[in-house]
Design a protein. Structure first.
Length: 90
């Protein structure tokens, strides 16, 4: 039997376990220090940028879906005929 060990999780309350059981808890996202879950300033900035980009992507997808919907209404749902290629003047 090991010794009592505090462990910490990103979303769970800290708890005390037997240190011999630490490996199993580590596989489930537990750590021996709360510092393991602190974000660096750079990581926080990157996550904020990613969030902003995801929101922008969703807006673009909504616009695309809106345009498709308008096109389908205008054409009665028929697909648009393929464009003819221009011949290169040789």
């Amino acid at each position: 039997m090991g010794h009592p060990q505090w462990i910490y999780h990103r979303t769970e309350e800290p708890k005390i376990i037997d240190s011999d059981d630490l490996a199993g808890y580590a596989e489930e996202g537990w750590a021996t220090t709360p510092a393991a879950f602190r974000q660096s300033k750079k990581e926080r900035e990157l996550r904020e940028r990613l969030s902003a980009l995801e929101k922008e992507a969703l807006k673009v997808m909504d616009e695309i879906n809106g345009l498709r919907s308008e096109t389908e209404k205008a054409t009665g749902g028929a697909p648009r005929p393929p464009r003819k290629r221009r011949k290169d003047p040789a």
